[in-house]
Design a protein around this ligand. Structure first.
Ligand SMILES: [Zn+2]
Ligand SMILES: [Zn+2]
Length: 253
């Protein structure tokens, strides 16, 4: 069972879908305090799961496509309105995000965005080359650059609590760095957008291959389209390494 002292990682899937899916956009929350990606639908998922957003210490944004950051204005508004709670948040993302957050908030709330920003205390950390950055007592994060089509600044992450290594791919093609880290990670949450992987996203073909080759790594699919999810569910039936989560599922690793 999940233990607050940090022996395990509690990983909850807030969203598991791609843009065309009925699920919220791909996002996870770790130990109720670290959210990776805040795309469309994710803020409402946090509310539905009754997660205390004042306890969220870190938002990690893999890259600046809308399905990974467009719920930020709603999350920040929600945080700014909580009476008495902590309004501090640290955002780990590429440097451009600071300007983008202001733009997004201005678009969403043209007459109150300045007030929202004044209410909050936001610290930004550049996600480039994070090397064992300490998130909590026993949880460290490292970043690596992935190949995601023409999005030149997209990152994946490794979370490590000295016992378990979790790979979070973000949006990526099946590039060499993913292969390299699959060798050393116990768990992997992987982009599974397409039927057939291309230069922007991984596909069912890549996931099936990975689950056969990397037998010591437990594979969880995310960022699934309705089509890729249906195909993956069939593969999951005969595959002990592959898991197809639903929004809200929790794994203790
Ligand atoms: Zn993307
Ligand atoms: Zn995406």
């Amino acid at each position: 069972m999940y233990n607050k002292d940090g022996d395990n990682m509690k990983v909850q899937f807030l969203g598991t879908g791609s843009i065309s899916s009925l699920s919220a956009s791909a996002s996870i929350i770790i130990n109720d305090e670290i959210v990776i990606d805040m795309g469309n639908g994710v803020y409402k998922r946090l509310l539905n799961e009754k997660i205390d957003i004042t306890k969220i210490k870190y938002l990690v944004i893999t890259h600046l496509h809308g399905d990974h950051c467009f719920d930020l204005p709603f999350f920040l508004l929600g945080l700014s309105k909580i009476k008495g709670g902590s309004k501090k948040i640290t955002i780990i993302a590429e440097n451009k995000l600071k300007r983008k957050i202001k733009k997004l908030l201005k678009m969403a709330f043209p007459y109150s965005y300045r007030k929202i920003l004044r209410e909050l205390s936001i610290t930004y950390i550049n996600n480039k080359k994070l090397n064992n950055f300490n998130l909590s007592k026993e949880l460290n994060i490292s970043s690596f650059k992935v190949f995601h089509g023409n999005m030149t600044n997209a990152h994946g992450y490794i979370l490590d609590n000295n016992k378990t290594k979790l790979l979070v791919s973000g949006d990526t093609s099946y590039c060499n760095i993913i292969k390299e880290y699959l060798n050393i990670c116990d768990y992997a949450i992987l982009d599974s957008s397409l039927s057939k992987g291309n230069e922007s996203h991984m596909g069912v073909d890549n996931i099936e291959h990975i689950s056969k080759i990397y037998k010591n790594t437990k594979i969880y699919s995310t960022h699934m389209s309705p089509n890729s999810k249906e195909k993956l569910k069939k593969i999951e039936e005969n595959n002990i390494n592959l898991f197809i989560p639903e929004d809200g599922n929790i794994i203790n690793i």
